[in-house]
Structures are given as C-alpha cells and as structure tokens.
Write a protein that binds this ligand. Structure first.
Ligand SMILES: Cc1cc2nc3c(=O)[nH]c(=O)nc-3n(C[C@H](O)[C@H](O)[C@H](O)COP(=O)(O)O)c2cc1C
Length: 212
C-alpha cells in the first residue's frame, strides 16, 4: 500500500490539522505495516503558483512544452497522486476556505486532459477513485449547532476532488482551536471518537487502540 500524506498548515509542529492527519496515517500504517509513505509539508509556501505556460495549456488544446516549469511540477504531483492507494490531507481553514498553499496544489493537480476531461456535462475525472481522508483545523466552529461562520472549505474540496475522480472523501475536524485549552482538548477527543467510529464501521476496531 502507498500512502500519500500532504499537509498545508504553516504552523509546523503546532498544527492541529497536521497532528490529526498524522493520527490517520499512523492508523493506516498500523493496518498496513509494510505501507510506503510519502509525506509532504506544503504549508510553508514552497509550492509556487502555476506559471503562464501552464495556465495557457489549461484552456487550449495545446499540450504545451512538457517537462518545464509548472507542468513538470504538475506531472510530479499527479504521479504521486496516481501512485497512492490512500491520500491523507491535513489542512487549516483560512478565510472560510482552503489556504492558498492547498489551492496552489489543487491548481497543479486538477489539470485538463491529464486528470479531467471536459464534457458537455462538465468536468469528468480521469483518476481512479481511492479513499481520501481530510483532517481540517479551524480557529472557530463551522459545523454543528455552534457554527458561527459558513464553510466553503469542505464543500469545495469535495467538489474539486470529485472533478478529477476522487469521490471517496471523508472529513475529520478539530474546530475551535482559537478557544480555551480545555475546549481544544475536547475537540481532539471528539475527533478521536469520530476516527474510532469510522474504523469500527470498517470492522477495524483494533486500528484505533492507543489513540490519545
Ligand atoms: C490567514 C488565516 C485565516 C484564517 N481564517 C479562519 C477562518 O476563516 N475560520 C476559522 O475558523 N479559523 C480561521 N483561521 C484560524 C485557523 O483555522 C486555525 O488557527 C487553525 O488551527 C489552523 O490550522 P493548524 O492548527 O493546522 O495550523 C485562520 C488563520 C489564518 C492564519
């Protein structure tokens, strides 16, 4: 099994989305001890925005110059996606939606004639489906009775990943990281419960032993 772990927080070790996504990776590795793991921390801005040539390629039938600039980077990121049997993403909510680092990654992997084709009904995904686990951290709450802001992040990620063929997407969240330490701890425990519930439902109860 190949696991691709992508994180998009700029907060390094403090990142709740990174920690939660790492818990998911650890569970998957416990279930598949021989799994190969590719881990990429992209929250520090190391992934540049796409360049002019790539942008032109996206809206023309011109295949462009392969192997240069953004298209080379896009090739590499798409190949990583294709090789993965399971994808784990850790991301913050930024301004109600995806952080710009995650948006930059999306711009590289949602690629015309490579990961989707355009049909009269819209984009049709070209990647085969596989599980995608997404761990989200937010300073405030965006779901449940105490939500006080709209959520353009999870619906956007669901839609854009489905457009390239990734429809088996599951979210786990740590909400309210800007609150008191006790409430952040409670959010972590709730996320652990959700992980247990999910893996129990797959008949993999043992995978979540030692979850703290
Ligand atoms: C630029 C920026 C924008 C943010 N926008 C939101 C927001 O719209 N809603 C929210 O609940 N939290 C927002 N936050 C707070 C982060 O979501 C919160 O700090 C979260 O824990 C970051 O994820 P991390 O712990 O994985 O680094 C924002 C933080 C930053 C730096």
């Amino acid at each position: 099994m190949n696991i691709l772990h992508l994180t998009f927080s700029s907060r390094g070790e403090l990142s709740e989305s990174r920690k939660l996504s790492k818990k998911i990776v650890d569970i998957l590795v416990r279930l598949n001890p021989n799994a190969e793991l590719i881990a990429r921390g992209l929250g520090d801005g190391t992934l540049p925005h796409i360049d002019a040539e790539y942008a032109s390629m996206q809206h023309s039938n011109d295949a462009g110059q392969p192997g240069t600039g953004s298209s080379a980077r896009s090739d590499q990121l798409i190949e990583e996606l294709e090789r993965a049997d399971v994808i784990v993403i850790g991301t913050p909510m930024h301004n109600l939606s995806a952080p710009s680092s995650l948006k930059a990654w999306i711009d590289h992997v949602v690629r015309a004639r490579r990961t989707f084709t355009m049909t009269s009904a819209g984009k049709k995904g070209m990647l085969h489906d596989r599980p995608v686990y997404i761990a989200v951290a937010s300073g405030g709450r965006f779901s449940g009775a105490n939500a006080h802001q709209p959520d353009f992040l999870t619906s956007y990620l669901k839609t854009i990943l489905a457009s390239i063929g990734l429809c088996d997407v599951r979210f786990f969240t740590i909400e309210g990281t800007g609150g008191r330490a006790e409430s952040v701890e409670l959010s972590r425990r709730i996320a652990n419960q959700e992980l247990r519930r999910h893996f129990n439902s797959l008949g993999l109860k043992h995978a979540c032993e030692n979850l703290d």
